[in-house]
Design a protein around this ligand. Structure first.
Ligand code: ASP
Ligand code: MG
Length: 420
């Protein structure tokens, strides 16, 4: 008997028929003798719809109220799934994030799980119930307020629970057959990967691959939780995420996959004094606003004694970043802050690219062959990323996927989901 945590994405439960189908899958696992904890995302595009709803009431919803609103989506799907399981003759019990002991920081909309107190979950398991935990949410104890974990946060709920319960595996059920070499909505012959290391998955997720939330991968790595990404529809074997790059290099392919992210924006802090202390002051301003930076480049400026500092942030954080910097313009002695939202990031990830000459050359040739101009380029040990115009992102992904021969002989299946 094993303890299994299963997480189902929103597109896997976008109708009541689908909820009943998922219930049958959960029931099979339970009836095979395993203890099962299930985390379900909100049905279909519910979270986006709720955000739209808030936007129709006010342009600036309070973060606290937004979390109350958004957390309701996961309550709906989890309680419905509990009902469907009871209907199949199983014991089931749905819990809110708070009831399940998901303790978080107080940062509404981007809270982090600081502790899991799964007493209630254990009690229900001991009673023989399938336990359903509303994903993407928790509670901040000092205020007692409901928090949400950021988009895709149900993945984090599932992994944190798996770690706290010492589960044997955390299964992530989704609308594709596993982790693929690229988004199959853009690259039809994207290939399923059998297994990959936490590092590679982390780079893919942080580069925009939506199949797993990057924080959840980091959490899984730190706690040694094996992840198994599979389709909620077919019976495909899926993808295992476990272990480190070093353990896998034997039959490792050179390149793992291509990821993209259209939700980035570029900020240029132009004409910053080229002296110690100014870059740090810029980053402190952004840190105080809790803004996460991604690609950071400092380049020589044409004006003597000045430098340009360029970085990317999420589109969501862009306006706040610009406003915060402009508000300190005098103090930072900067000339201007430029903002560009219509950019996207395309990344090539592969543990085997280390010490492999020629990868960067092939990468750039692939992009230039489809007429794409690189705005910024940066690398890690196992990743090359570029920033380009957002309307060129799909072409860039396809060109790289082709150039590194990542495709398979079959068409990848997309079972559901709007890709939102
Ligand atoms: N429902 C939330 C979202 O759409 C959380 C999740 O699906 O994991 O981002
Ligand atoms: Mg997701």
């Amino acid at each position: 008997m094993a303890l299994v945590v299963q997480k189902y994405g929103g597109s896997s439960v976008d109708s009541t028929d689908r909820i009943r189908a998922v219930a049958r899958r959960v029931a099979d696992t339970r009836r095979a003798g395993h203890e099962v904890v299930v985390v379900v995302s909100a049905m279909g595009d519910t979270t986006d719809d709720l955000l739209e709803l808030a936007g129709r009431v006010t342009a600036e919803p309070l973060a606290r109220e937004l979390d109350m609103l958004l957390s309701s989506g996961e309550r709906v799907s989890n309680s419905l799934l509990a009902m469907a399981l009871e209907d199949l003759g199983l014991r089931a019990c749905s819990l809110s994030g708070e009831q399940a002991g998901m303790i978080t920081t107080g940062a509404h909309g981007r809270a982090r799980i600081t502790e899991v107190r799964p007493r209630r979950v254990r009690e229900e398991l001991a009673r023989g119930a399938v336990v359903l935990v509303a994903g993407f949410q928790g509670v901040h104890l000092p205020t007692g307020d409901v928090t949400t974990l950021g988009r895709g946060g149900s993945d984090a709920t599932a992994v944190a629970l798996a770690a706290a319960l010492k589960a044997d595996v955390c299964e992530i059920y989704t609308d594709v057959d596993g982790v693929l070499t690229a988004d199959p909505r853009i690259v039809p012959n994207a290939r399923r990967l059998d297994r990959l290391s936490y590092e590679e998955m982390l780079e893919l997720a942080a580069s925009g691959a939506k199949v797993l939330m990057s924080r959840c991968v980091e959490y899984a790595r730190r706690n040694g939780v094996p992840l198994h990404v599979r389709s909620a529809y077919g019976g495909e074997p899926g993808t295992t995420v476990f272990g480190s790059v070093e353990e896998q290099t034997v039959e490792q392919a050179l390149i793992t996959g291509v990821a993209h992210d259209r939700s980035v924006a570029k900020v240029v802090v132009a004409g910053l004094p080229d002296r110690p202390g100014f870059a740090s002051a810029v980053f402190r301003v952004l840190a105080d606003q809790q803004i996460e930076l991604d690609v950071v480049v400092q380049n020589v400026c044409t004006q003597p004694g000045r430098t340009d500092l360029t970085f990317t942030v999420s589109e969501q954080d862009g306006p706040a970043a610009v406003a915060a910097l402009l508000a300190r313009r005098g103090e930072l002695s900067l000339r201007d802050v430029l903002y560009e939202e219509h950019v996207g990031k395309v990344s090539l990830v592969g543990a085997g690219m280390r010490a492999q000459p020629g990868v960067a050359a092939t990468f750039c040739e692939a992009l230039s062959s489809v007429g794409i101009n690189i705005e910024i380029m940066c690398t890690s040990e196992i990743r090359i990323s570029v920033l380009c115009k957002d309307f060129q992102v799909s072409d860039a992904v396809r060109a790289l996927h082709d150039a590194f021969q990542l495709g398979g002989s079959e068409q990848a299946v997309v079972y559901a989901g709007s890709g939102r």
